[in-house]
Design a binder for this molecule. Structure first.
Ligand code: PMP
Length: 404
């Protein structure tokens, strides 16, 4: 199994194949049910198989899905998503998040007629040769014209921009620091504001990659929370609640550059995912999902903290409550975390030891309370295990990363 959906770097007993999903639950091929805190790595926002969204998808599929050109509802979707996202004056639709981030890079280079992009170290923007995390199969020219800075660090960003000199095409940024294996960080408004200024001073485009966090932190681009508007933003995952569609949104000033790059795909104009996205956006506008998931996330966070303390552990729960990353203090080899996650998995809770998780709107207070009860037993198992060695399989990861 390839990519991050492979379980090869998860605790040994994690299932690799799934049979069915409904609401907040997932069943593996052996029939075990899990409360799923990965939400398909992000797409599941309103619950797997959400009835209104899937009905819109199925109706549209019966009428015509992948056709010789787009259905009229592509225009309606563009109008609705640009009405929701403050900085957006136009929209382009594609399939994967990587399509959208790659288009953002091309549009910035086309707009500025420059080459260099600056990006935060460790941030994920997809799996094309220019951005995939491992270097196997990638040649140096795929990574040319890239300079890295530390997320949220104004001086480091300024240094990267200085180094790019008069060749700066774009500053890429994540909505928050949601890198794997490390504590998450919320967006520092000073860094966001400085990124905007630097782009304005140099004529480069500011790109926010909202593929993972989009619609989970705000009913707008995630940087709207600190009042900073990017020029381009990439979206995917939750915008159609799991149906395959992604989007690149842009400000007026980038419209001409967007209109003059050549990008397309056989499935990019399929109508059914667009119908699903329209139904999803309606629920974004008309339900209290954002507030509810926040409350559920906080219930989980405080319950876990309380249980950890009771068992003599200290947890590092970082990131927004709706996109939590949970690690143990004093666990550099992740042994405690792996044992705890494994014990939770065996009790019907699908957590992840080193990737941020997600709260979906189909979860209930009972799901959270069931999770807390399972966590109590899992803490006991970790406590009784005594000293736990580092996770051996993670050594593979450092070897692969060293190939960089
Ligand atoms: N950007 C971010 C922030 C992501 O989280 C992801 C997917 N995990 C991508 C880009 C790439 O999206 P996709 O896997 O759909 O190509």
């Amino acid at each position: 199994m390839y990519g991050h959906q492979s379980v090869r770097l998860l605790p040994d007993d994690y299932p690799q194949f799934f049979d069915r999903a409904s609401g907040a639950y997932l069943w593996d091929v052996d029939g075990n049910r899990y409360i799923d805190y990965m939400c398909g790595y992000g797409p599941n926002l309103f619950g797997y198989g959400q009835l209104d969204i899937d009905a819109a998808y199925i109706d549209r599929m019966k009428q015509g899905d992948t056709m010789t050109g787009p259905a009229g509802l592509m225009v309606e979707l563009a109008e609705q998503i640009t009405a929701l996202v403050t900085h957006a004056d136009w929209a382009m639709f594609c399939k994967n998040g990587t399509d959208a981030t790659t288009m953002a890079m091309m549009i910035a280079r086309n707009h500025t007629r420059r080459k260099t992009i600056v990006l935060a170290k460790g941030a994920y923007h997809g799996a094309a040769p220019w951005c995939t995390p491992l270097r196997n199969g990638v040649v140096p020219s795929d990574r040319a014209h890239q300079i890295f800075y530390d997320y949220n660090d104004v001086e480091s960003l300024e240094a990267a921009v200085r180094e790019a000199g008069d060749d700066l095409a774009a500053v890429f940024a994540s909505p928050i620091k949601h890198d794997t294996f490390v504590d998450q960080q919320d967006l520092d408004p000073a860094y966001a504001g400085r990124a905007r200024e630097l782009c304005d001073e140099t004529g480069a485009l500011l790109i926010v990659d909202d593929v993972r966090a989009g619609l989970r932190l705000a009913r707008d681009c995630s940087w709207s929370r600190v009042g900073v508007q990017p020029d381009l933003s990439s979206w995917g995952k939750s915008i159609a609640n799991g149906h395959p569609i992604s989007a690149l949104l842009g400000a007026e000033k980038a419209r001409a550059a967007a209109a003059t790059i050549y990008v397309t795909g056989s499935y990019w104009f399929s109508a059914a995912p667009m119908a699903a996205s329209l139904a999803t956006l309606k629920m974004v506008r008309e339900t209290d999902y954002l507030e509810r998931t926040q409350i559920l996330g906080e219930r989980l966070r405080s319950g876990l903290d309380e249980a950890a303390i009771r068992h003599g552990f200290s947890l590092r729960q970082t990131g927004p409550a709706v996109m939590p990353l949970i690690m143990f203090d004093d666990d550099p080899g992740l042994g405690k975390g792996y044992l705890w996650n494994d014990a939770l998995m065996k009790r019907g809770v699908y957590f992840h030891p080193w990737h941020n998780m997600f709260i979906c709107a189909a979860m209930t207070e009972k799901d959270i309370d069931d999770t807390l009860q399972a966590s109590d037993e899992a803490f006991k198992i970790v406590r009784d295990a005594g000293a736990i060695p580092p996770v051996e399989k993670l050594a593979v990861l450092s070897k692969l990363t060293n190939a960089d």
